[in-house]
Design a protein around this ligand. Structure first.
Ligand code: TRP
Length: 337
């Protein structure tokens, strides 16, 4: 089970860090993937774009290979059982712990004018999303580790107080280590909150992709391993600058090994031409992103299809949710008749 907040657009980092992981899981497990629209309300005061964001995010995930026939792909707000479990879990969540949660403290700093209770109990709602399906594997990034630990705490407290109902969920990634997707500005990862020009979106058009890569930071000059400065005759072997290593990493993600090897050789020989490398990377990136973008565009505007996906996803999610809530209510003693 995992959730995606419908704010903004998917970028290459989301693709390799999250969506490709979901796509691999869908053939091996019973999966629930959810658009966390209620979670989005904790930070959105203006909601007129919500519908557009949800359609876009659903379309982009499907275009990346998420198959609504194989998984339950649904909107949080279409599964009201989530709210009931959230209420029950609130009895097990201590205000002191919630106030200490790093993500809450970050939000308080970012939006001091809107420190709402939804923000405080964000991790309780997330725990409800997960425990609703009694899920054990949660494909999320490192930034969600704290929320998962809190989910395990609520699960254990529930079981101790009322009887064994919930398992312990853990962060999960399918197969090997997730690929890192570096930003184009020479440092850090691609992210939607950082420099927009250093992030490649799955909705970027071909020219935008080429232009962003053209402007990406590289090492100075054309030298690779042999960087002499100041005319000394000695060869100074320096480590590959991060900006160059990042270009190689991006090339590895979207190009073929032969191309990567060619530029690695050039780099070692000190004959690399970053302009050529970027041109190659640009074309490989266009070939990677364009089909996803075009598919997503078509899906995004197919309202009937999206409605069907949402209805079908909600139906699957509610079946699982209702079974869990029945057991939870019984454990608590809320079954009077
Ligand atoms: N908090 C998650 C994020 O910001 C989104 C999310 C909501 C989620 N509910 C979830 C993730 C349940 C995993 C499981 O990315």
């Amino acid at each position: 089970m995992s959730g995606i907040r419908p704010t903004g657009r998917l970028h290459l980092g989301n693709y390799f860090g999250a969506v490709s992981n979901y796509v691999k899981m869908q053939d091996a497990y019973t999966c629930y993937f959810m658009m966390a629209d209620w979670h989005a309300l904790t930070t959105l005061q203006e909601t007129k774009d919500l519908r557009g964001h949800v359609s876009r995010m659903m379309a982009e995930n499907i275009a990346c290979g998420l198959d609504p026939e194989k998984v339950a792909f649904y909107c949080q707000s279409h599964v009201p059982e989530t709210a009931e479990l959230y209420l029950l879990l609130n009895m097990l969540a201590y205000v002191g712990e919630l106030e200490k949660t790093p993500t809450f403290k970050d939000k308080v700093r970012l939006q001091p004018q809107n420190v709402n209770a939804g923000l405080l109990t964000y991790p309780v709602l997330q725990a409800a999303d997960i425990l609703l399906h009694r899920a054990t594997l949660v494909p999320v990034g490192k930034d969600q580790e704290q929320h998962l630990e809190m989910t395990r705490n609520y699960s254990n407290r529930f079981n101790q107080r009322y009887g064994e109902v919930f398992p312990e969920p853990y962060a999960y990634n399918f197969g090997e280590q997730l690929a890192k997707v570096p930003s184009l500005d020479g440092a850090g990862k691609m992210s939607k909150s950082e420099n927009q020009n250093a992030t490649l979106y799955l909705s970027d058009d071909d020219e935008t992709i080429r232009a962003k890569i053209k402007k990406a930071k590289t090492g100075s000059g054309s030298g690779g391993a042999n960087v002499g400065d100041g005319g000394g005759s000695e060869q100074i072997v320096t480590a590959m600058p991060e900006s160059v290593a990042n270009l190689f990493q991006l090339l590895r993600l979207v190009s073929i090994p032969e191309v990567v090897q060619k530029f690695e050789k050039d780099y070692e020989a000190g004959t690399i031409r970053y302009g050529d490398m970027k041109k190659e990377l640009g074309e490989a990136m266009v070939a990677f992103i364009a089909p996803i973008r075009e598919k997503a565009e078509a899906i995004r505007h197919d309202e009937r299809y999206l409605r069907r996906v949402m209805e079908q996803g909600a139906a699957k999610a509610r079946t699982s949710a209702q079974a869990t809530l029945q057991v939870a209510r019984e454990a608590i003693g809320l079954n009077y008749y």
